[in-house]
Design a binder for this molecule. Structure first.
Ligand code: HEM
Length: 489
């Protein structure tokens, strides 16, 4: 890709890389893991490293690179400037891509003891280098964002970015912290001769990436784009900034219980070393309060987004069409949507994603209740994958279908009908990954759970096919019927 293309289409390399990581170490490792467990194979000591490599690939590769790809194009323009210092983009992308690629290979190979004991230092060094590359990549990206921020128009209450700017800050800070903790965690693990990050590091990173990055970025993108794409009522501007304040306090409280054991682990001689258990119990209460606040904010946002169309659309009060004689020249649009179907039924994916977000909130609240009443237990894995597969993955699929053609200067998707297929397969993946975990003793549930990985992988493969054919298509090419694809073979 030449430099001119980096300026014009900065999102494309990030999207290609996100899809590649998802199809290999992300959904690939995931499918392998659930498949082996469903077949009754007993995992070895390498299991923990493979789980962490999968988690890293999904959070930083699939989700992180996709958000960066779309965000680097979209966010500076929200402040009235294109991305500044864009010549640094290939460097930032190369560092990040190489770091993530190295990480998801080196960690499992280290745990497998690949090539025997003499090769161990080699894998350890590669693992360390992966973290250094990622940190360098995020540093270069950060420098571009700072320059763009300086060149941006001043933020005033009427600016388009004003209501969502605090959520953007939460996301940028959480993303940077997650990379930093990942580097520290790997350094600590290597120093201890381990092949996995210690639990407090991993818990902090996962919470930061899901509730510090994924949810705030969904609020940023959702608030700015969904009222336009789906002709919804505009979310109230004033309350979003207040919501962000409560949300950030909730997030801080949720992070606290992992921060204390982490500090005690890193600084063993400090005063509270012997009182970690006591302090952790007190912090657990704060975790409960934080989790309630955070999930309540998500519910309020869902209500304000008004996907159920309780309030009238932002177009309802617009002046009547003054040139009705030109109507014959205008392409008819779908009812309630400004498009003519060239992005497929992308809204189904958006509705499904936010329904999964609602279910995640219910599961999180059940976890808090379970923690303090001992009535029942919802495993963290259940809520985590409702958010990861149901919300994050389906939202990325829906947003990508709607936004990528425009970013790449195309009229629409080459295969818009494929979006409905992605909706069905993606929801099946989420259902199979989440619901069986509620029945841990059932053999049938285990078998169904084992199939979730294949459906997850197929979802990404279909999305990748649709996006890549669209990005590579001729700008004038019209959307093709699905039968064209089926008859080709
Ligand atoms: C259908 C697709 C998926 C399958 C089959 C799958 C499978 C798994 C499995 C078997 C585990 C280990 C669970 C345990 O040991 O308790 C796991 C952990 C995890 N997964 Fe997934 N997963 C999928 C999708 C995703 C997605 C889309 C994300 C994020 C966007 C994600 C993020 C994670 C994280 C963060 C962990 C925990 C890692 C750790 O403990 O360090 N997964 N997954």
């Amino acid at each position: 890709m030449n430099l001119a293309n980096w300026f014009k289409h900065p999102h494309e390399p990030f999207i290609y890389a996100a899809l590649t990581v998802a199809l290999t170490a992300g959904f690939g490792y995931g499918a392998f893991m659930v498949g082996t467990l469903a077949m009754g194979l007993i995992p070895g000591t390498w299991w923990g490293a493979l789980v962490q490599a999968h988690g890293h690939a999904q959070l930083f590769g699939w989700m992180g690179l996709f958000i960066l790809g779309m965000g680097l194009y979209f966010l500076p323009r929200l402040r009235g400037v294109p991305l500044q210092s864009a010549t640094r983009m290939p460097l930032a992308f190369g560092l990040l891509g190489a770091g993530i690629g190295l990480r998801v290979l080196a960690q499992p190979l280290l745990a497998w003891n690949f090539f025997g004991a003499t090769a161990l230092p080699f894998w350890q060094i590669l693992w360390l280098v992966s973290a250094a590359l990622e940190l360098a990549g995020i540093f270069v990206l950060g420098s571009m964002l700072v320059t763009s921020h300086r060149a941006a128009k001043p933020l005033i209450p009427t600016s388009p970015a004003y209501p969502i700017e605090p959520f953007l800050r939460i996301a940028v800070l959480s993303f940077s912290l997650a990379f930093l903790l990942n580097g520290l965690g790997i350094g600590y693990a290597v120093a201890q001769g381990k092949s996995t990050l210690a639990t407090p590091f991993e818990n902090l990173i996962i919470t930061l990436m899901f509730y510090g990055v994924a949810v705030p970025m969904a609020i940023v993108f959702g608030t700015r784009t969904l009222p336009l794409f789906m002709r919804l009522a505009p979310p109230p501007r004033e309350s979003l900034r207040l919501l962000a304040r409560v949300y950030s306090v909730g997030l801080l409280l949720v992070l606290l219980p992992s921060l204390v054991p982490l500090t005690a682990m890193l600084f063993p001689s400090t005063l509270f070393q012997n009182r970690v258990a006591e302090i952790s119990a007190a912090l657990n209460l704060l975790w409960g309060i934080g989790s309630l606040a955070l999930n309540l904010c998500i519910l309020i946002f869902l209500w304000q987004l008004d996907l159920l169309r309780r309030r009238s659309s932002w177009v309802a009060n617009r002046a009547a069409n003054t040139r009705p004689e030109l109507d014959v020249l205008r392409k008819p649009t779908r009812a309630n949507y400004p498009d003519s179907g060239e992005y497929g039924r992308f809204e189904l994916l958006i509705y499904a994603a936010f329904a999964w977000l609602g279910l995640t909130v219910v599961l999180n609240l059940a976890r808090v209740l379970g923690e303090f009443t001992d009535w029942f237990r919802v495993s963290p894995d259940t809520a985590r994958h409702a958010l990861a597969v149901g919300f994050v993955t389906l939202l990325i699929c829906g947003m990508a279908a709607r936004m990528v053609p425009g970013f790449s200067h195309k009229k629409g998707l080459v295969y818009p009908q494929l979006v409905a297929v992605i909706f069905v397969v993606g929801n099946l993946a989420a259902l199979l990954r989440v619901i069986p975990t509620l029945f841990p003793n059932s053999e049938i549930a285990l078998t169904l759970w084992g199939l979730s990985g294949i459906f997850g992988w197929m979802t990404i493969a279909l999305l990748a096919f649709n996006l890549v054919t669209t990005i590579r298509s001729n700008p004038a090419e019209s959307p093709l019927p699905l039968s064209n694809l089926l008859h080709r073979g």
